[in-house]
Ligand binder design. Sequence first.
Ligand SMILES: *Cc1c(COP(=O)(O)O)cnc(C)c1O
Length: 366
Amino acid sequence: MKKIPIFKLEFEKNFINNFKKLSTKIFRSKSLSEGDFVNRFENKFSKFVKSKYAVSVSNGTTALELAFKAINIKGKEVIVPTNTFFATVISIINAGGVPVLCDNEKNSTDPDFEEIKKKINKKTKALCVVHVGGIISNNIDKIKKFCKKKKIFLIEDAAHAHGSNLDNNFNAGSIGDLGCFSFFPTKVMTTGEGGMITSNNLKLIKKIKEYKNFGRSKNPLILNSVGSNNKISEFTALMGLLELDRINYRINRRKKIVHRYIKNLRNNKNYSVIIQHKGKCSYYKCIIKTKKNSSMIKRICSKKNIELTGKVWEVPIHKQKVFRKFIKYEKFKNSDHFSKHHICPPNYPELSFKEVDFITSVLNKI
Ligand SMILES: *Cc1c(COP(=O)(O)O)cnc(C)c1O
């Protein structure tokens, strides 16, 4: 078997031709930043995630930072899972907030609801949930109701969860007050670099639009606030529009691959694939819990020319030294255990079933 890489990304001829054709319109329009294509991309994306509004920004980290700025977390606490990508916590710190870490449930990527309840206090301004690998937590309904009752904001890091939903009422990106997406090349859809904030709350959306455009008021010569420049170009939006044409097909491919992993590993007690039990999942990652040591599995796979993808996550936030001065040091038993006992084998639409079968044949021999 040829080497199975960590990641592949292909664009069909048709995609490239459309991009070329439509980009001539951009060149001729002379409005290379935030014109017609950005408008169309935002509208199409908001329909796709079933939120009222969508605002494009330069990347997923910026999306999170602007979301936290819009709800004003300055000097306030934000509860966030320790099992997340560091960008989630970086954005809380950059928006002037204090990250308060919480553990996940045992052998799960779901946040521990009991711990969330314990960590909330008068200084808590928001709770941030992360739909790890695109999977929306079973607890999300409880979490949403709890945030409402306690009058704190619910922010979704939906960087993995384009198109995920539990049912009609629970679509990733419009469950909480603000949803934050990333369009980095490895994600469910890409614009090279890019991000989007989604919401049903017009007041917050207006603030974000102001902040991403320097803080301008209606009079463009006068500032309302000290914002920044987080706008995207028309070319970025054009790519996003074309990606939205093929996203459902690509999510379906990911789902089929995950089901292939499940089928091929079903008789092996050493592995258990994490699934979202209802609705639709983007399956950005195929997360497989294992009783074996994941570093050992990685070494064996690598010898067989299989490159396992990044885990979710190998180094939880509380293990990052740079965050020590921002967070209270605590033990997170479940997160520590999970980081060592799961693997994320390749799962991208370009992967063939034959390659999945080869990967599982290797896993089954370990
Ligand atoms: C990728 C990612 C981000 C950041 O997105 P960028 O577009 O790379 O800035 C934030 N949170 C999570 C969980 C991610 O995976």
